[in-house]
Ligand binder design. Sequence first.
Ligand code: CA
Length: 713
Amino acid sequence: MRTLLLSVAVLALGVLACQPQSSTKSTSKSITPVTAAKIIEAPTSSWLSHGGDYNEQRHSKLKTLNANNVAELGLEWSYDLGTSRGIEATPIVHDGLMFVTSTWNIVHALDARTGKKLWSFDPEVDKKQAAYACCDVVNRGVAIWGDKIFTATIDGRLIALDAKTGKVIWDVLTVDKSKPYTITGAPRVVKGKVIIGNGGAELGVRGYVGAFDAETGKQIWRFYTVPGNPAEGFENDTMKMAAETWNGEWWAAGGGGTAWDSMAYDAELDLLYVGVGNGSPWNQSIRSPGGGDNLFLSSIVAVKPDTGEYVWHYQTTPGETWDYTATQHMILADMEIKGAMRKVIMQAPKNGFFYVIDRETGEFISANNFVPVNWATHIDQETGRPVEVADARYSGKAPYLQLPGPLGAHNWHPMSYSQDSGLVYIPAQEAPWVYGDIPTGYEYTEGLWNTGTEFSYGMLPTDKATFRALKSMLKGRLLAWDPIAQKEAWSFEHNGPWNGGILSTAGNLVFQGTSDAHFAAYDAKTGDQKWKYFTQTGIGAAPITFELDGEQYVSVASGWGGAYVLGFGGVLPSGSAANVGRVLTFKLGADGQLPALEKAAEIEYELPTLEASMTEALIKKGNLGYAKMCGACHGDQAYSSGLIPQLRFSAVTKDAETWNEVVMQGLLAENGMPNFAGKMDNETAEAIRAYVISEANSDRGKAFYDEVSLPKE
Ligand code: CA
């Protein structure tokens, strides 16, 4: 299949085609075992766990680099990850070594001082699994414990590697392969147990987290986040309690509630907090007719790390019906609130409210919206529950234009909390969506997106004026939030949504990369931008920092991708000038240069011709089918970001027979293109082809999308 390299100017194909080499070159020094005490201590020479330490504050005590000298920051080294899709990993640094993951779960071990590769490991994941990855074949990083590295894969495995050599120690399957599970999250290691959840709620799974023995890979416990079929018996009393908050036959579509990203371990209280995702399907009137809170969807749940036993929960969005996950980053801290020291957990989930919760009991302390929201007026102080706007619960009503949409007011991109400034730094965004019932009715199809909502409502309008108007509603900013006063301290506006995770430091600095391919440092107290670097490729991942030989390094991985880029990166390009997965490492006084940005040759593609059979009615049918089946990956308006094939100009689109082979006979299943046999009929598949050809012949193309979206500089 030919790919049009139009929406993104990429580096030369030779670079993209370069695959990481598997190698097991031994490092000269031995690994100092990583312990709980070390993770809690968070030595400044290291970055030992996903969130920096168990509290997940992503704030460094280092101040060698500070707001006064950050202007001298320069590129020390860069390492090419050999991929051109989304990179979301937080690197782990220990003993002068850096461990980072790239697309398709390839693990790279580098010399943290030089970026020189020590070893890499390719778990050779089942690429068919890409069909189940809602939001790109991404991974958020490894964990380290003892002398082992732990990585979880898109095809549901958890793997232990020898940190020194990259050799596999054990490799276990954590999911039921007959179901559309995926893993994108980073494991956490608590008391010798490796903890990992999974994703796939939209496609029809039941969420859980599992704990595995770090030495052997043996499963120690599993905690389900939603109840199963009562007829099969509940696993425990907690599931029985949760089932009382559901109606109908919720288990048929799995129920959802996947824990695909956030976790935090409280070493003081010996509790593990798990962030739980949305329901399956989204539309609650289908999932649980008659309502109910539907525990533990959209909740923070505290469990005992030794047994997985339930302790408490707080539900951010009872009866969730908008894909409002509570899987977003959770930060643990102690702070004085109304004269009393409180042990709190903080979260800014998709629903747009910033929550401060007592982490001993789960008691609600406070919440306020950190972006404009129109689904709830506020969170009731007595009950801790949202006071909903009636029209927002869309089922049986008119479609509703809502803020936030399913991309969230804040997605997976990590926040940080500075005890020095007392502020939480949030990669916040405004991305609306229109929610509504499916006029033609809903049918569950395992392995496809099952939202129970009409997806075409959420797609951008095709008339240029409305498109422009809606585009102006899309925003992204670095937001500094006072968690005690529950109000904004300052914010810095970016060119659009879907920007990178955050690092803050005792040097009065906040670091963040952006979707438009820059990495910048801000004054933590005022938000003044103090330094900015052009990274060529957009950034989603969070930076880290560490000090070796008295020099402070800052590292971040570039790689443009994820849900927003797949769905809207073509029609709303951010300005990512290339898409080269890299680790970039900076230090004071360095003056390294990235390889020159080479623009791909612009290839003139022949427009497909609208065929006589492609009537307006057929195109309309194809539009609806495309919105449900194709748009999340191939892009709104059949215009792809370039991450995966551009259907508008593909040779496959031009030929009805080949199209049918690809779409309905699984010709490209090994490349991650789902086989839609049994999921739609041939007539619908052909209607989608007509729609794609119609879009290709529309007056909206690269020039229009660039003109509307790209920053003017
Ligand atoms: Ca979701």
